[in-house]
Design a protein around this ligand. Structure first.
Ligand SMILES: Cc1cc2nc3c(=O)[nH]c(=O)nc-3n(C[C@H](O)[C@H](O)[C@H](O)COP(=O)(O)O)c2cc1C
Length: 391
């Protein structure tokens, strides 16, 4: 879709020179109340995190971690836990991976019967385990086979089927525009595109022109841009430079669970809301832990929280005391004791107004694709360590 066509197919509001796509937007039969999305982050975008973000607001469609279609059909308890949801967690998309057309189709049918709003197909995952079976990024390399698989899913369900991809395998093979066009013909309702190649992993810059090429390749369906959006300004730049219909945010929501609300406000008014203060961050952190404990039980919930809490702490200022202790967390009571200790320790970095003294404030977040001469440009935002680090 070219930019002009995108503009005429959606309602635009011009405010202080800001061209803002007005919600609602549509994914096939599904009407959405926000064009800001939560990207799937395996190990993180579980029910407690989604509920935490939704309570803050401005997030509508969120996607689960990727789920193996076969495991879902086999009713594997881990797969079923990954799709656990509640009325407050709607609308929800479940992301499937797999390369057996019948399994992908049947899993989509099962999800529709369970009331899931939308099914997303993972075509971007570069992890060997996923590519080896022909899923994830491997799907970007086999257009005909991938289209046939997608068509089978689209014909089997009424809910939207969407696809999430990278720009291509490597710089020599930027297949996303061709793939997007083929998938549109096969009936997908929207495309999510992370503006990096598989080869890039998470390094280097997100290529906005690559996302723009995907926007221009399709005729009718919305393209949702993704990659390194950690601030409202970065979201606006992605909209402006690519003509995408929506922006999907992953790691930015770890650092800043307010990002959806702040981006919506910024897009509508041109004003940037102030960063939440330490106490507000702690409030949301505690709410997140309560939900982890409620949904996973205290032992597992606290263990899982060990890797979540340090993301919040990245915006606390000095946090080594917090991070050192949180990695051994096993009960909620321990967490509150830890927090009390940390508050005491952190006081040495505060001025008389309770604000961090200048040299201790965290540097502003800057997306890889944003030229900001006033601040050192961040070429990479960290990805959590572990088997998913090359997602
Ligand atoms: C820890 C981690 C897990 C991820 N898991 C998934 C996944 O399950 N499915 C998927 O399509 N992408 C996954 N991704 C990729 C993200 O959805 C997203 O495309 C990428 O992180 C770029 O967006 P961001 O900069 O907003 O995080 C994962 C990324 C990370 C860092």
């Amino acid at each position: 879709m070219d930019i002009a066509a995108a503009a005429s197919s959606a309602l635009f509001l011009s405010f202080h020179g800001f061209a803002v796509t007005l919600v609602p937007m549509r994914f096939g039969s599904l009407t959405l109340n926000s064009n800001l999305f939560l990207s799937p982050l395996a190990g993180y975008t579980n029910l407690p995190f989604r509920l935490t973000l939704r309570e803050i607001g401005a997030l509508d469609l969120a996607t689960t971690d990727l789920i193996n279609a076969r495991s879902l059909l086999e009713k594997n308890p881990k797969a079923l836990k990954l799709i656990e949801t509640r009325p407050a967690d709607q609308p929800l998309a479940v992301q499937l991976f797999g390369s057996v057309p019948e399994e992908m189709r049947d899993a989509a049918v099962q999800l529709e019967a369970m009331g899931i709003a939308s099914v997303d197909i993972n075509m971007g995952c570069p992890v060997r385990k996923v590519c080896r079976v022909g899923g994830g990024s491997a799907m970007m390399t086999e257009l005909g086979k991938t289209s046939a698989l997608v068509r089978g899913m689209v014909e089997a369900v009424k809910i939207p089927v969407t696809a999430k991809m990278r720009l291509g395998w490597d710089d020599e093979n930027l297949t996303a525009p061709d793939l997007a066009r083929a998938l549109e013909d096969a009936g997908v309702s929207a495309i999510f595109v992370h503006g990096r190649t598989r080869e890039q992993g998470f390094s280097g810059s997100v290529k906005l022109h690559g996302i723009r090429a995907v926007v221009q390749a399709v005729k009718r369906i919305p393209v949702i841009g993704n990659g390194d959006v950690t601030t409202p300004q970065a979201a606006k730049m992605m909209f402006d430079e690519t003509g995408c219909a929506g922006v999907s945010i992953g790691r930015g929501a770890f650092y800043n669970p307010w990002i959806f609300q702040h981006t919506r406000h910024f897009l509508a008014t041109g004003e940037l809301p102030p960063e939440p203060d330490f106490e507000e961050r702690v409030r949301v952190l505690c709410r997140h832990l309560d939900l982890m404990v409620e949904i996973f039980g205290e032992t597992l919930g606290c263990r899982m929280f060990r890797k979540v809490a340090p993301w919040y702490a990245k915006r606390f200022g000095p946090a080594n005391e917090f991070n050192k202790q949180v990695v051994t967390l096993s009960t909620r009571a321990e967490f509150h004791a830890l927090l009390d200790n940390y508050r005491q320790w952190r006081r040495q970095f505060l001025d008389e107004n309770g604000q961090l003294k200048p040299g201790y404030r965290p540097a502003p977040m800057v997306a890889s694709f944003m030229p900001e001469p006033a601040v050192a440009q961040r070429t990479q935002i960290p990805a959590p360590k572990g088997p998913v680090e090359v997602w």
